[in-house]
Design a protein around this ligand. Structure first.
Ligand code: NAG
Ligand code: NAG
Ligand code: NAG
Ligand code: NAG
Length: 313
């Protein structure tokens, strides 16, 4: 990949272009920093760090130097301090190709957009850059992610008692003041976030093989009682509000399971994202489970958790 790389930059940002995106490059760093950024050190030279960001769709910026590499996704950063060589921290931010540079950075509106409305604008006031996003989450506590339906918000709640899917949905609706429904998963960033939050919320629960997070999805009637044509994998499920892509459903062998639960009272119509506890092979994978129960029949997989989603407004 051929890239034009400017190394002699001081006060003013410069542009670095490649086939897929243009980066605005200057001395600076997000301030305050976001806990949702990821430390990718050691990545080698800072250019490698920039390449990591260019190679990741949701990545908005990379900052650091030849020894530190931190990348941050869209919607995680609000302010960026402009500094100088004395702090030895560079920042590269994705912007639309047509933005011009160098120039009067205070009058140029730097923007980045995708066809789905996951976009931002950068403005400079002489010492600091402000990032503005077109939408925000309906309530505090949700984190926004880019989706093909536009910005989408996710929050994880822990229920006090073990929870069925029906109670999990009620919790989601109540806690989101009616704005939310169970969330599905459309990226590894969303899965990582749901699992990280779950881990924080249930730190002290260790008595199961896995803890389950209720997510959206209901088995299609035509896939019960037998797995018909068109019922493979995630295709066997419907009801995914706020979602049009399904590339991150990783079912372990044997799932989805089209049998009835135990002696035959209910089908396993609902979906759960699993988090490792005493076992880890299914960590981050999705299984189907009976909506009406908080635990599987062997009581080795139980749910305390709900992933709630809402469109940004
Ligand atoms: C590299 O950047 C990081 C993050 O800003 C900073 O903490 C660190 O001191 C810098 N390293 C060097 C060698 O300057
Ligand atoms: C670089 O930044 C430091 C700290 O903000 C400041 O004290 C210094 O004057 C700046 N140097 C130049 C050349 O602008
Ligand atoms: C620029 O914006 C930053 C962050 O909002 C603020 O702290 C700073 O005072 C502003 N500076 C000027 C010159 O307006
Ligand atoms: C874990 O902690 C929560 C809140 O601190 C508490 O309600 C719950 O009973 C604890 N669970 C276990 C298994 O200790």
């Amino acid at each position: 990949m051929f890239r034009l790389f400017f190394v002699l930059f001081l006060a003013h940002p410069v542009m670095e272009a490649n086939a897929s995106a243009t980066m605005l490059l200057f001395w600076g760093y997000p301030n305050p920093s976001s806990r949702f950024c990821r430390d990718k050190s050691p990545a080698g030279a800072f250019e490698n760090c920039v390449d990591l960001c260019l190679g990741s769709d949701p990545c908005m910026l990379a900052f650091g130097n030849d020894s530190t590499c931190i990348i941050c996704d869209i919607f995680t950063i609000k302010y960026i301090a402009q500094s100088n060589y004395s702090e030895n921290t560079k920042i590269a931010i994705k912007v639309n190709q047509q933005n011009q540079c160098p120039g009067d950075v205070q009058s140029i509106q730097y923007t980045k957009s995708d066809p789905y409305g996951n976009s931002y604008e950068l403005s400079f006031n002489g010492s600091s850059w402000t990032v503005t996003y077109p939408k925000s989450c309906p309530l505090g506590g949700f984190r926004m992610f880019p989706r093909t339906v536009g910005p989408y918000c996710i929050q994880v709640w822990r229920t006090t008692a073990l929870t069925t899917r029906n109670d999990a949905l009620a919790t989601c609706k109540k806690q989101s003041k009616g704005a939310g429904y169970l969330s599905g998963i459309t990226s590894s960033a969303e899965i990582d976030y749901i699992l990280d939050m779950s881990q924080l919320l249930v730190r002290n629960v260790t008595n199961y093989d896995y803890l389950a997070v209720w997510i959206s999805g209901l088995m299609k009637p035509e896939c019960q009682p037998t797995q018909g044509a068109g019922c493979s994998g995630i295709n066997a499920f419907k009801e995914f509000p706020g979602q049009t892509t399904f590339d991150y459903y990783n079912f372990p062998t044997g799932y989805p399971n089209f049998a009835m639960r135990g002696t035959g009272d209910v089908y396993l119509r609902c979906l759960q994202l699993l988090m490792a506890q005493q076992k880890s092979a299914f960590d981050g994978k999705v299984i189907n489970a009976a909506c009406e129960y908080a635990c599987n029949e062997a009581e080795t997989i139980c749910s305390h958790l709900v992933a709630c989603g809402a469109s940004a407004i």
